[in-house]
Design a protein around this ligand. Structure first.
Ligand code: URA
Ligand code: SF4
Length: 193
């Protein structure tokens, strides 16, 4: 039987498949409109996300929300945000390959339920997993890759933009390119409430 997003959330919220279960406070399943046509995929929860149970709620999340607002996107309206792993890696280390492997079926189910027209990878970890293994953010951010009818783009991770504010204009350009792509392939995004 096909699960709904809420049924999937209930399954994932008691998952103990990988070692990250032992140190998490909350599973960070995802946020947004399950009927969104545009999906953003980050790496894994940080400290604030682990405490609040929602993706991108720290300083990086505030910057992400600003970039989204600049192109009329809103996490509570017309997009969906998820991560490669749903539980926080201790000390914010990168998720291990085996953790991503064990968690991936949940992200796959989220993508299968949403069937996004556009996927934006936030940072190299998700871009390497989802776009191509040798993806280089500095060189290939903002470029479009079509995979099985879905348009995919990698851009800077918001935390990287906070560390290197000089890259913010390039980051904003990627969001402007995203708006162009949305207007081409799924303009109804801008009517979603
Ligand atoms: N960084 C991520 O990759 N995801 C989050 O949810 C928060 C920070
Ligand atoms: Fe389960 Fe994913 Fe959390 Fe690991 S990170 S415990 S696989 S939900």
């Amino acid at each position: 039987m096909i699960q709904t997003m809420e049924q999937l959330r209930e399954t994932v919220c008691c998952c103990e498949k990988c070692g990250l279960a032992a140190t998490r406070h909350n599973v960070v399943f995802g946020v947004g409109n399950p009927r969104a046509k545009v999906m953003f995929i980050g790496e894994g929860p940080g400290e604030n996300e682990d405490l609040q149970g929602e993706p991108f709620v720290g300083r990086g999340g505030q910057l992400l929300d600003k970039l989204l607002t600049a192109v009329d996107l809103d996490r509570n309206k017309n997009i969906y945000i998820a991560n490669m792993v749903k539980c926080r890696p201790p000390k914010n280390r990168d998720p291990l390959p085996e953790e991503m492997e064990l968690c991936k079926p949940y992200l796959r189910s989220q993508v299968a339920l949403i069937r996004p027209k556009i996927i934006v990878c936030l940072g190299r970890v998700s871009a390497i997993q989802l776009i191509k293994q040798d993806f280089k953010v500095t060189r290939e951010h903002g470029q479009w890759f079509e995979k099985n009818g879905t348009w995919m783009m990698g851009t800077f991770h918001p935390a990287a933009l906070l560390r290197n504010p000089g890259q913010k204009p390039e980051g904003l350009n990627d969001f402007i390119a995203l708006r162009e792509k949305i207007l081409q392939v799924c303009p109804e995004v801008y009517g979603q409430q």
